[in-house]
Design a protein around this ligand. Structure first.
Ligand SMILES: Cc1cc2nc3c(=O)[nH]c(=O)nc-3n(C[C@H](O)[C@H](O)[C@H](O)COP(=O)(O)OP(=O)(O)OC[C@H]3O[C@@H](n4cnc5c(N)ncnc54)[C@H](O)[C@@H]3O)c2cc1C
Ligand code: SF4
Length: 562
């Protein structure tokens, strides 16, 4: 069935980047259709951050039988619990495949708001250390932009979302436009001061930079430290699409948001060399629709956008629409994690934590910044933090009887953990393709993912455990327990790079404004566009690139060039 309306723009996906595209395009005057595969979200009914454990069926201990059947992959994510499981996909309905012995953990959200509902809210700017790295080291291709190109768009995004944090003036981690920072707790102050004393200013511990409000901002309330943000936030204190960008788009009166709209493919007119619209399957009725628009923004996430383009192949583009370069689906990156250390921090036994601060500490990258590391290229940062153990330690500690129970009524020791997030190098051999044998619940071919760590990522992970242990030792920590686990790619949930930007259409899918080299009215503004991965959480950069691409597209349209 063909919808007779021709929209100015279609945005595919309503998550982190789709929300931004919807806001920017509608505010700039475009009649915009947002197509979202998942269900709508009504905060008053769907958010469950204040529901106590005794009001959920398994008291917060999860329905393990259901998880095994329906969410065996999603339930491995730390944020997918008995409350928030509904914000993650059904693995049964949304399968994907991998090669034997090469697992990839693909964590997804399929609802209005996408993964912005459950994300960790950590937001960090990239620097020219990141944008210039490929060129300097002769790896993959050069970024077609530098920090000065994106800095005003970081400002633009941060002004709207609200970012709390501490300014440090570090060249490798430019400061954002900050709301007041959250406080460190006393164990974190002990570790911060020891690091400042023992590492010559090279390593710095600060509070995490988060898209959470520490004071009222643009009609949204300050955070009240209830804690489990992955279950939603009725006071709209952290940024997600449902809380902020989609309401802004709605306010313009120019957005049509269509949930339950699974985009199958993009249609292409070989004569005009333009994308003409998208083919959609209704998630509930299975009916097919076609929607038309002058410009199309793919914001379905780095892997789903590629899947849509692979399913849109034509005789001219047999290996995926807009893929004359052959790079579509290649250069898949994630961040390498699972390296760090945990320990007990003695002292402060007379103090306890008040409230549930939804944030931890951050140690900006210090490897390969001033001095050169022989074992690996690029670097990593640490997240983590300190907490005082409570009665839950009884679940893992051995013991029984009255005395044991009594001891658990007293607070335990202060514990501290460093978790590294390391840069992954772009590699053409890490790629996705369509699996010819398998389809999802709507009959659409699924992805087969081929991705493994290189020696560089393994060396980074090993170094994380050493550097974390050194810092804990400097802080007088006891029972230091380093870890460097061999977790598969996907674990950091920062998949990116599958439709990279570049100057040369022969080696890249997009130009420096996220516009497909091959099809001028097609933009990809999710993580697919990334040319390298930096070591910091990527979503702030995706949002800034999306806003920048929208500005460019609308200017081009107004000039009649699009
Ligand atoms: C637990 C967790 C913690 C995280 N923490 C952080 C963090 O601290 N900092 C950070 O920077 N990043 C974090 N991330 C990653 C972050 O969530 C993603 O980078 C970000 O959401 C990507 O934005 P996106 O718009 O590309 O995709 P998404 O937000 O996933 O949105 C994609 C949307 O497209 C829709 N869609 C997909 N396919 C189709 C289709 N065929 N048709 C129609 N719609 C479709 C989906 O349903 C979804 O709503 C975290 C992620 C998770 C899961
Ligand atoms: S901790 Fe703050 S941001 Fe998180 S859900 Fe509670 S009020 Fe919202």
């Amino acid at each position: 069935m063909r919808d007779q309306t021709t929209y100015d723009a279609i945005v595919i996906g309503s998550g982190m980047t789709g929300g931004w595209a919807a806001k920017e395009l509608t505010e700039k005057g475009l009649k915009t259709l947002v197509l979202e595969a998942g269900r709508p979200i009504i905060p008053e009914q769907d958010y469950v951050e204040h529901v106590p454990p005794w009001e959920v069926k398994f008291r917060g201990m999860r329905d393990r039988r259901r998880e095994l059947e329906d969410q065996p992959v999603q339930s491995t994510c730390y944020a997918c619990d008995e409350w928030s499981a509904k914000f993650f996909v059904s693995d049964k309905e949304n399968p994907y495949t991998t090669e034997p012995g090469k697992p990839f953990r693909w964590i997804r959200g399929r609802q209005v708001g996408g993964r912005s509902i459950v994300w960790g809210r950590q937001v960090y700017r990239w620097s020219d250390l990141d944008f210039e790295a490929n060129l300097r080291q002769g790896i993959a291709i050069d970024w077609p932009i530098r920090y000065t190109d994106i800095a005003p768009w970081y400002d633009h995004v941060e002004d709207f979302i609200g970012v709390s944090g501490e300014a440090l003036g570090l060249p490798q981690l430019p400061d954002s436009k900050f709301l007041p920072p959250m406080d460190l707790n006393c164990s974190e102050m002990v570790v911060r001061d020891a690091i400042a004393k023992h590492f010559g200013g090279e390593r710095v511990l600060t509070i995490g930079r988060v898209a959470i409000l520490t004071k009222a901002h643009r009609g949204r309330a300050a955070c009240h430290y209830c804690g489990p943000c992955e279950r939603g936030c009725i006071t709209r204190s952290y940024f997600n699409s449902v809380n902020a960008t989609l309401p802004a788009a709605e306010e313009t009166g120019r957005m049509t948001l269509r949930p339950y709209s699974v985009v199958h493919s993009v249609s292409f007119d070989a004569r005009t060399r333009r994308a003409t619209g998208v083919r959609v399957i209704d998630a509930r009725t299975r009916a097919s629709f076609e929607f038309r628009a002058k410009v199309i923004f793919l914001c379905a996430s780095a892997l789903e956008s590629v899947r849509i383009l692979y399913n849109s192949s034509t005789s001219e583009f047999p290996n995926g629409l807009a893929n004359s370069s052959g790079e579509l689906g290649h250069n898949l990156m994630d961040h390498v994690k699972s390296g760090g250390a945990t320990a007990t921090i003695p002292g402060n036994e007379d103090r306890v934590i008040v409230g549930r601060r939804p944030n931890g500490i951050y140690i900006p990258r210090f490897r390969n910044v001033k001095s050169k590391q022989a074992e690996f290229l690029r670097g990593y940062g640490f997240q983590g933090g300190g907490h005082r153990e409570g009665w839950e330690r009884g679940i893992t500690q051995a013991g029984f009887g009255q005395e044991f129970k009594k001891s658990l009524r007293q607070p335990g020791p202060w514990r501290f953990t460093f978790n590294g997030f390391g840069e992954c190098l772009p590699n053409h051999g890490n790629y996705v393709e369509l699996d010819k044998e398998k389809v999802d619940a709507w009959g659409i071919p699924v992805l087969k993912i081929h991705c493994t760590w290189s020696d560089n990522e393994r060396a980074i992970r090993k170094d994380m455990s050493i550097a974390a242990s050194e810092m804990l030792a400097a802080a007088g920590a006891r029972e230091i327990d380093p870890f460097a686990d061999d977790d598969p790619p996907g674990f950091a949930i920062h998949e990116m790079g599958t439709a990279r930007m570049g100057r040369d259409p022969k080696t890249s899918v997009l130009n420096s404004y996220n516009q497909a080299h091959d099809i001028k009215n097609l933009f990809i503004t999710d993580g697919g566009a990334m040319v390298s991965s930096s070591c910091v959480n990527p979503s702030l950069t995706y949002m800034a690139l999306t806003a920048r691409a929208c500005d460019y597209a609308v200017k081009q349209m107004k000039r009649g060039e699009l």
